[in-house]
Design a protein around this ligand. Structure first.
Ligand code: ADP
Ligand code: F6P
Length: 469
């Protein structure tokens, strides 16, 4: 059997907790098959240090972790600059936040080349290579330029924007051409897949070969939607363990007289946090019966703190939470409990289970695993209600959530009110359907669907030996 080689910017020990959907899902996916996981070590090398000769290698159970450090310039240009200063905002429809700087694209190319050079030394001829996320779009074309003929697939964890938005990136044609060095391009949702099809047909002059296979630049690429899932059994088992139980008991005791609303995510402008706090304010204004009877716990873990857009958001959120508490709080009731930190993964299920309502209201999100974790953690005989943004990739699957448009503040407040007062029989029916879908399409399903599609590309493409031109 071929070995699986996973490549991503973030690499995490699969035996340890991680915040961020990609690290959590890949840890789950790789621990069941073993293989090699290659990426950035998370370390920034001293500027005077000589360039790294070989990757650091570490064994984590059946998974070999191979990582390389980044120089300070590469970290600034590749990670903060091009990946998170251009691709992240544009792919999340925030053209206003994108900063196009010529130096950053140079660093992005340089790091992808450096990754390709190091990875090549570790590859076996029949390895299957699975590259993840926007940091590494050109990795396959760099590997192909070095002569690598392995089968390669790419999975985009974030949304792919519509053609007109993608075309705002000065290097959009180069980025899409690089996608044709892969045998398979995987997306989170049907909407992303449609955006890809439309772009390659109208902008790149690709030929539609049917079955989501496209020919351009002398190569054939297959595309597909593979919505990422969670390890439902593992998450349910976690919720039965002591740390989760203790958290559940603490929360239910502390909030015994109130209903708990919960938000958990990285502090990111794509997550719709200010809009959510405004919707909670609107709930208290429009439906004052919630005063002293509903509390919003908002946990936002620190993320990309070297970037101004993220520090601005932190200040905005703190001020919004402070003003809701100042305007509505009582001596014995704080409407919003906001925490800027990570919750230990072992305790998360207990927190989810104690909540009557989860607010998962991103302005745009590739998938959103928090929504799925919330469902898995519920007591099936008394489940909480999921309020979900229609702009999360998960909305294509989680049809029994209460859908909201997070830009519509009063509309969201109205839906939260409905969630808080939903009768048990409706909660049971919705939760039953939601659990069924996250169970059927879990992280193992995602991995096997993607890898089966990647393996099937061998029969239909004539890509071997053909570089992208
Ligand atoms: P993203 O990949 O954009 O961060 P997802 O919702 O897909 O968003 O994945 C987030 C993952 O990180 C989930 O597994 C979630 O449990 C975890 N996570 C997010 N925020 C926190 C937090 N504050 N504390 C602990 N874990 C978190
Ligand atoms: O899921 C999107 C994503 O960018 C992942 O690639 C990443 O692991 C996660 O969010 C956290 O972001 P970062 O790696 O920049 O801390």
């Amino acid at each position: 059997m071929s070995r699986l080689v996973v490549v991503s910017n973030r690499v995490a020990d699969p035996r340890k907790a991680a915040a961020g959907g990609l690290a959590v899902a890949l840890g789950d996916a790789l621990s069941s098959t073993g293989g090699l996981w290659f990426g950035w070590s998370g370390q920034i090398a001293e500027s005077t240090a000589p360039a790294q000769a070989a990757p650091h290698i570490e064994q984590a159970g059946d998974v070999t972790l191979a990582t390389v450090d980044l120089s300070a310039d590469d970290h600034a240009g590749y990670y903060l600059g091009y990946s998170n200063g251009v691709l992240w905002p544009v792919f999340h429809l925030r053209l206003d936040l994108a900063r196009f700087d010529a130096g950053d694209i140079a660093a992005y190319r340089r790091v992808n080349k450096m990754f390709a050079r190091h990875l090549l030394t570790l590859l076996l001829p029949d390895d299957i290579i699975w590259v993840h996320d926007y940091h590494l779009i050109p990795l396959a074309s760099e590997l192909r330029a070095l002569g690598c003929q392995n089968r390669m697939g790419f999975f985009l964890h974030i949304p792919l924007p519509p053609q007109q938005v993608l075309a705002a990136i000065p290097q959009h044609d180069w980025l899409v051409r690089a996608m044709f060095a892969y045998d398979l391009m995987g997306f989170q949702s049907e909407a992303d897949l449609q955006n890809f099809s439309r772009y390659v047909l109208t902008e790149a002059g690709a030929v539609d070969l049917g079955g989501h296979r496209f020919r351009a630049f002398n190569r054939t690429v297959k595309a597909g939607a593979f919505p990422i899932g969670i390890d439902v059994d593992e998450f349910m088992a976690l919720s039965q363990e002591l740390p989760a139980q203790a958290m559940f008991e603490r929360m239910t005791e502390e909030y015994s007289r109130r209903q708990l609303l919960l938000g958990v995510e990285r502090l990111d402008y794509s997550k719709g946090l200010p809009q959510r706090i405004r919707a909670f304010r609107s709930l208290l204004q429009q439906y004052p019966e919630n005063i002293k009877s509903a509390t919003l716990i908002q946990i936002a873990s620190p993320s990309r703190e070297d970037m101004g857009t993220y520090t601005d958001l932190l200040a905005e959120l703190e001020s919004l939470c402070g003003s809701v508490n100042g305007d509505f709080g009582e001596l014995d009731w704080m409407p919003v409990r906001y925490m800027h930190r990570n919750v230990p993964r072992a305790e998360l299920p207990g927190l989810y289970r104690a909540a009557s309502v989860a607010l998962v209201t991103p302005l745009r999100d590739g998938m959103n695993l928090v929504a799925k974790e919330f469902i898995a953690a519920q007591d099936p005989s008394d489940p909480g209600v999921l309020v979900l943004s229609r702009f999360a990739g998960a909305a294509e699957q989680l049809l029994d959530a209460l859908m909201v448009n997070p830009y519509d503040i009063d509309g969201t407040a109205k839906t939260i009110q409905r969630a808080l007062h939903m009768p048990l029989d409706e909660r049971l029916a919705r939760h039953h359907n939601l659990l069924k879908i996250i169970r059927t399409q879990d992280v193992h399903w995602w991995r096997s669907q993607f890898l089966a599609a990647l393996e099937s590309t061998g029969h239909q493409s004539n890509n071997r030996h053909q570089p992208v031109r």
